[in-house]
Ligand binder design. Structure first.
Ligand code: BLA
Length: 503
């Protein structure tokens, strides 16, 4: 994050979120030893179960206890959730092992939202839609829509990390009256490193009511290890207070996120918000949401590749057509590139193109004025690079042509006459929201030194980045170079022929 103090960022990443020593209050946690199922640590039992049991046998009906014991011998994920009744109330019992203990979590059905059978019947259609997506845009848009239909959140976003772990909302489905977040970017510090590491293995977290008061685990130290219980895999894990403050600032009451993982690496999150009040999808619906996240995760790589492949093939096709046109009129290359179909402008996605051959300039589409073009191209090439998506930053004198030439791709054509091919992309103003206004880092003093506080206002830190265009792809640059090389070669051939004729 530009301008933000590294120490403060480090403190964010140092918060031990896996061992908060507390749970959220919508359920109870009992950590028990095996095989006796004696309770050695707990939180929320009196409130949620109406009793403080010494053993699971104190709360579970004999038949439920038998089902639990039978399940403990096998794969615990198959056991979850076990529908049980305690003191007349139905609960989902979810279990896993951590730190040498069996961690049992109890979530009352009362108060949970159930998409239920109706949604589950639609699952085949949903899976078919996901796998039929031909591009990443389609895949993520479908994912956001279906996760929202399933879970009933007010807003569901697909949030994608960039290589520096900043993120962007790349798809969104929302209640009609909400302002869109699509396209907004957030800095890496909003989801610090230890949280990302946890999310790469634990695929789902839920905060049904971000205004909650944490319920402490008693005793604080796990009797088996002498250290606080590892809650990494606990569904009730109390979340970072910094993050709760963040959600409050954003006006979010309930939040859920599902990991998207591409070949072992955290790729992004499905981020869900509720603004109107607490919101708690049932355990079964969360499993279904996680299943959609896992399915989309498996499809990410091939979908991205298919999308890229399509674009690469399209450029290669145009390139072949242009080379064929040049072959038909070898003495009039400029005519071949500007007079027929396709033209040089069609080679790749751009709004304008310039073709300078034999010292004569031809313009296609939307470009800067003719008298400016050679200078801009020369300025770019003088920087030793073929392309930029922010010409005005690279070449300050080009700032006034940002509307047509924020993006410039240029390649020289040999022959010593200053010939070139160039493509232009217009400015696409981007809304960028950096958390913690990068120009005035927000840190607060704590007992252990300054730490970064989450931003208070989301709107105020939104800024528009001007002077940038859609980025150029490697295959586009390669195609431009190949076309230029072809022109250079045929120019040389022509010159040799002319020499021979003259001799
Ligand atoms: C966690 N931050 C998160 C999570 C999200 C975000 C999705 C996962 C938890 C959840 O599901 O709610 C961020 N949420 C976003 C973003 C959007 C969104 C970017 O909806 C965009 C629309 N956060 C800060 C700062 C710190 C910080 C400055 O802003 C550090 C000091 C910390 N964020 C932080 C921590 C967690 C977190 C520690 C982990 C919470 C946990 O799982 O315990």
């Amino acid at each position: 994050v530009p301008g933000v103090d590294d120490d403060a960022l480090q403190r964010c990443a140092d918060e031990p979120i896996a061992v908060p020593g507390a749970i959220q209050p919508h359920g109870a946690l009992l950590a028990v030893t095996e095989p006796d199922l004696a309770v050695v640590a707990s939180a929320g039992a009196a409130d949620v179960l109406g009793t403080q049991p010494a053993s699971l046998a104190d709360v579970l009906a004999p038949a439920d206890l038998d089902r639990l014991r039978a399940g403990l011998a096998g794969d615990l994920t198959e056991l979850n959730p076990l529908r049980v009744t305690v003191a007349g109330s139905e609960l989902d019992l979810v279990v896993h092992r951590a730190d040498g203990l069996l961690v049992t979590e109890w979530e009352p059905l009362a108060g949970a939202e159930q998409a239920g059978a109706a949604w589950h019947r639609r699952l085949p259609r949903v899976l078919q839609r996901l796998s039929a997506a031909g591009t990443l845009e389609e895949l993520t848009a479908t994912l956001a829509r279906d996760v929202r239909a399933l879970t009933g959140f007010d807003r569901v976003m697909v949030y994608r990390f960039d290589p520096e772990w900043n993120g962007e909302v790349v798809a969104e489905d929302r209640r009609a009256d909400l302002e869109p977040f699509l396209g907004l970017r957030y800095p890496a510090s909003d989801i610090p490193a230890q949280a990302r590491a946890l999310y790469a293995t634990n695929w789902l977290r839920l905060i049904p009511d971000a205004t909650y008061r944490p319920v402490p685990l008693e005793p604080g130290a796990n009797p088996v290890t002498g250290r606080p219980l590892d809650l990494s895999a606990a569904v009730l894990r109390s979340v970072s207070p910094v993050h709760l403050e963040y959600l409050a600032n954003m006006g979010v009451v309930a939040s859920m996120s599902v990991s998207l993982v591409d070949r072992g690496r955290l790729w992004g999150l499905i981020a869900c918000h509720s603004y109107s009040g607490p919101h708690r999808p049932s355990y079964a619906d969360r499993v279904a949401a996680e299943f959609l996240g896992r399915t989309a995760s498996l499809l990410l790589h091939t979908t991205v590749e298919a999308g890229e492949q399509g674009r690469v093939v399209a450029v290669a096709q145009r390139q072949a057509e242009l080379v064929a046109a040049l072959g038909r009129t070898p003495r009039a290359p400029a005519q071949a590139l500007t007079g027929g179909t396709p033209t040089a402008l069609d080679l790749l996605p751009a709004a304008g193109a310039a073709v300078r051959l034999d010292g004569r300039l031809h313009l296609l589409g939307s470009t800067p004025p003719a008298d400016r073009v050679p200078g801009l191209v020369a300025a770019l090439l003088a920087q030793g690079r073929p392309a930029t998506d922010a010409l005005g930053t690279l070449v300050p004198a080009a700032a006034d042509v940002a509307d047509t030439a924020s993006g410039l791709l240029a390649v020289e054509v040999g022959g010593g006459r200053g010939d070139f091919l160039a493509w232009f992309r217009p400015e696409t103003p981007r809304e960028v929201t950096w958390g913690g206004n990068p120009h005035t880092p927000k840190t607060v003093e704590t007992g252990t030194g300054p730490r970064l506080s989450p931003r208070r206002s989301f709107a105020a830190w939104r800024e528009t980045v001007r002077g940038t265009a859609a980025p150029w792809h490697q295959h586009e640059i390669a195609a431009a170079r190949a076309l230029a090389a072809h022109l250079t070669e045929s120019a040389l051939q022509r010159a040799t022929e002319d020499d021979r004729l003259a001799a």
